[in-house]
Design a protein around this ligand. Structure first.
Ligand SMILES: Nc1ncnc2c1ncn2[C@@H]1O[C@H](COP(=O)(O)OP(=O)(O)O)[C@@H](O)[C@H]1O
Ligand SMILES: [Mg+2]
Length: 363
């Protein structure tokens, strides 16, 4: 199955709403590409245009070497001709059919031989842990079970491209974890291209091969997950990925040193920055060391909150009136009100200019 290429795709609703704005994106064949961003940023609209359920106002969409949508070429392939499988956030199962009948319906329509259909049904039901429910009516299932039936119904058709719009949103936390692992495994096994929509940054980080991060209808960054995390293209990307949120410090660069209230950090030589620039420095919670003693490149701070998570500890520290979140994975000997000396790892600095764009980052 070929790449899916969106070229300058815009979708307007009326005159006011730019749901998707000038989106250019090449989704690689076989990738697990996640459209990630806050609610209302245009993810569903993008997915619906790829599926053929909605049409761009301008721009083209290609699936492989043929147009799925192009005004100039007069092409707009109907959904059924695009070879895609769809699972939407609101899924409709047939309440008067059993789970097995719901999942097998498409196979019957395609006249897949009975024995093969049965085998495919059992395979996907086992993978999604609904093999014990095959004879139930879907109206008797919990939300999470229904959601898995909806996914099974699409997977059983073995689509070469699978479009999923927030498919795990109705599941409880544990099941969501299981399903993430399951979807990732299915992707690795099937070689299908998966286009996945979520507003959940952790879901995107854990499952995807590529993340397309969107905000207000515009693409912010398209890269593998750990690249978006480590080298965010702008302040929005830095802030949207990662939990807890990245620490952002406003300051000024002078002679290779970042000056902020209470903190002076020498910047690595390799970091070319305009002199005297107003910048924002981004530092993630895991990118600090806390010391008991002062030292060069250490800034004093006061511990204001200590939050154990079981595996590690989140400290809130007050550094010259600015609250920072620091993550440590060794057991704390610090107490509230203690003074600590904060050091940041220079290789982890992310620096953004006044327009929010990354000026310099990790390697
Ligand atoms: N049918 C529609 N009519 C008018 N505005 C719409 C319609 N569908 C979506 N929008 C608007 O387009 C923007 C993007 O919506 P959507 O793609 O659903 O975002 P997301 O899936 O990222 O939450 C939002 O501002 C939404 O209100
Ligand atoms: Mg949506």
């Amino acid at each position: 199955m070929p790449d899916i290429v969106l070229d300058q795709v815009t979708r307007l609703y009326g005159k006011e709403v730019r749901a998707v704005s000038d989106l250019t994106l090449a989704i690689p064949d076989g990738s697990f590409t996640t459209l990630l961003g806050p609610s209302g940023c245009g993810k569903t609209t993008t997915l619906r245009m790829i599926a053929g359920l909605d049409m761009p106002t301008s721009g083209t969409i290609r699936i492989g070497d043929r147009f799925a949508f192009s005004l100039a070429e007069g092409v707009s392939l109907p959904p059924a001709k695009r070879g895609l499988g769809l699972v939407f956030q609101s899924y409709a199962l047939w309440p008067h059919l059993t789970v097995a009948q719901n999942i097998s319906f498409g196979l019957e329509v395609q006249k897949v031989p009975r024995a093969e259909a049965r085998q495919r049904l059992e395979q996907v039901a086992t993978a999604l842990q609904i093999d014990g429910l095959l004879d139930r009516y879907t109206s008797e299932l919990s939300g999470g079970q229904q959601q898995r039936v909806a996914i099974a119904r699409v997977l059983v058709m073995k689509p070469s491209v699978l479009l999923l719009d927030e498919p795990l949103s109705n599941l409880d936390a544990t099941l969501r974890m299981d399903m993430r692992a399951e979807l990732k495994r299915l992707h690795q096994e099937t070689e299908a291209t998966i286009i996945y929509v979520t507003h959940d940054q952790l879901e995107a980080l854990t499952m995807s091969t590529h993340i397309a991060l969107m905000q207000a209808g515009e693409l912010q960054q398209f890269a593998p997950p750990l690249e978006v995390y480590a080298q965010p293209a702008n302040q929005f990307a830095a802030d949207f990925l990662g939990n807890p949120r990245i620490n952002l410090l406003e300051g000024r660069v002078a002679r290779g040193v970042f000056h902020s209230a209470g903190l002076d950090l020498a910047l690595p030589d390799a970091m070319p920055l305009p002199e005297s620039a107003e910048v924002t420095l981004g530092l993630r919670a895991e990118e600090f060391r806390l010391h008991d003693t002062p030292g060069p490149a250490r800034a004093p701070a006061r511990v204001t909150t200590l939050l154990p998570t079981g595996s590690d500890w989140y400290y809130h520290v007050d550094m010259a009136g600015k609250s920072l979140i620091v993550r440590q994975n060794d057991a704390p000997h610090l107490r509230l009100g203690d003074t600590v000396h904060v050091e940041a790892r220079p290789e982890s600095y992310k620096i953004f200019g006044a327009d929010g764009r990354a000026l310099a980052g990790v390697p």
